[in-house]
Design a protein around this ligand. Structure first.
Ligand code: UDP
Length: 254
């Protein structure tokens, strides 16, 4: 069997060389980590669910004209993506106070924010992804002012679209993290959405009960992690048959 070259192995995903130049294969693992990788576990089926959920969300975003690295899903755990030059930032969008914002600023979790807030973290395991401002980003050249302008415009569109999409299936989009990359097409460069969008990178709360349907179930030892991710996939209408063998086709709700 031909062994593929590993380009990069992260905590939850592996990037392999793609079938043609300019492409990569993104493989979703079942491994999960939190608190700077101090807490680790394997959650059976998580990779399959995240591959499917991220495929769905990226496809919908592509359809409204948000450029992404996603090309197509290849199988249960892999998707074909365009190779991009990753901008070393984690772009966090918040609609409701939670997590590190609540802790840092003493705002109770669940408090709606007066407006959506965008934060930047510099991607560096060694430095534990420190919080940075636009000043740091442009001064140190991690992104140009034009890149940042594109990032903000795309991020606002993505937040509006995903907030509505999740609301439609009874889920509140509390906050989430995005990553962007530069895609070169001849001498032209475009900033595109990269990485993944899944319950690993979003806070998703049930609209009625505020039940957590995301990685906080793992971070806070709430149990039912895979079940929560499945519930998100089920509500989006994309639950793979193999994860829930009992599921038939769509059910008519009267
Ligand atoms: N997030 C992420 N990767 C990270 C840090 C945060 O995907 O390395 C996501 C996280 O799931 C949440 C949002 O970004 O949806 C905001 O996270 P926060 O700053 O509150 O940090 P946390 O509480 O996760 O430490």
């Amino acid at each position: 069997m031909k062994r593929r070259r590993t380009i990069y192995e992260g905590k939850a995903k592996i990037l392999y060389e793609g079938p043609e130049p300019g492409t990569l294969i993104q493989y979703f693992k079942d491994d999960t980590t939190a608190f700077d990788a101090m807490k680790k576990a394997t959650i059976e089926g998580k990779g399959v669910l995240n591959n499917r959920i991220s495929e769905y969300l990226m496809t919908q975003l592509n359809a409204i004209g948000v450029p992404t690295h996603f090309v197509r899903r290849l199988n249960m755990r892999e998707q074909l993506i365009k190779e991009v030059e990753i901008i070393p930032l984690e772009v966090v969008v918040r609609n409701v106070a939670a997590g590190s914002l609540s802790k840092r600023l003493g705002i109770e979790e669940g408090t709606p924010l007066p407006r959506s807030i965008i934060e930047y973290y510099y991607k560096s395991d060694k430095l534990h992804d420190p919080w940075v401002s636009e000043e740091h980003i442009t001064a140190f050249g991690w992104a140009s002012p034009q890149d940042l302008d594109d990032i903000v415009n795309l991020t606002i569109r993505i937040n509006d679209f995903l907030s509505g999409l999740f609301l439609g299936v009874g889920i509140k989009l509390i906050d989430f993290k995005l990553e962007f990359g530069r895609l070169w097409e001849n001498e032209f460069m475009r900033v595109v959405l990269a990485d993944e969008i899944s319950p690993d990178s979003c806070r998703l709360w049930d609209f009625q009960t505020n039940e957590k349907l995301d990685k906080d179930r793992f971070r806070r030892d709430l149990g039912g992690v895979a079940e929560a991710y499945s519930e998100v996939a089920r509500r989006l209408g994309i639950l793979p048959e193999s994860i829930n063998p009992s599921s038939g086709g769509p059910v008519l709700v009267k």
